[in-house]
Design a protein around this ligand. Structure first.
Ligand code: ZN
Length: 188
């Protein structure tokens, strides 16, 4: 990125560049994310840093509004892998998952873009696939009650689980279990 491109990103408060560089304001000795909503500084007062550490070493303090110190420099690939890891690890616990994703320090729109770019599907779709596979596995390999399987796959209620199942594989959990586990086919 050229300095001019960075400056344009700053003028537009473009959050797609958050984490890729930081903006220092010479007159206040404060540094920000590109997307910071504070009043734009004069171009002549601006300099750019590659990461927060560099800014702090130069004597700049993190802005209290956009908290650039919470956003470590992370290459896009690392961000994508981290998000995938969070889904893989916490997909059965919605609250924990949301919390962990919030801690990544990027807005959700940007997370979706990065994830899609690397894995070719939205995080939502990926998350749904994980839950569906988990539910299918439990239905065919255990005798667990369907309500327990629903909860185990991160669904808050049985009706949500049924609707999700219907939408994704056009069947009900009980019918799917009968067919795949016991080979019983029926029309209901
Ligand atoms: Zn700021």
């Amino acid at each position: 990125m050229t300095e001019e491109q960075k400056w344009q990103a700053v003028l537009k408060h473009d959050d797609r560049y958050d984490g890729l560089f930081f903006v220092g304001v010479k007159s206040t000795k404060i540094f920000c994310r590109p997307s910071c909503k504070s009043k734009r500084p004069l171009r002549k007062n601006v300099l750019f840093f590659e990461n927060g550490k560099q800014a702090e070493q130069a004597g700049y303090r993190p802005c209290k509004r956009c908290r650039p110190d919470l956003l470590e420099y992370q290459p896009i690939k690392e961000i994508a892998e981290k998000i995938k890891f969070l889904f893989d690890t916490h997909f059965t616990q919605q609250k924990e998952l949301a919390k962990k994703i919030g801690q990544v320090g990027l807005n959700y729109h940007r997370i979706v873009n990065i994830f899609k770019k690397y894995y070719g599907l939205t995080p939502k779709k990926y998350y749904d696939n994980l839950r569906l596979e988990e539910a299918k596995k439990k239905l065919t390999t255990t005798n667990d009650a369907i309500i327990d399987i629903a909860h185990g796959a991160g669904f808050q209620s049985l009706s949500v689980f049924y609707a999700f199942f219907r939408k994704n594989i056009n069947s009900s959990p009980s019918k799917y279990r009968k067919e795949k586990k016991y080979g019983i086919y029926s029309n209901d």
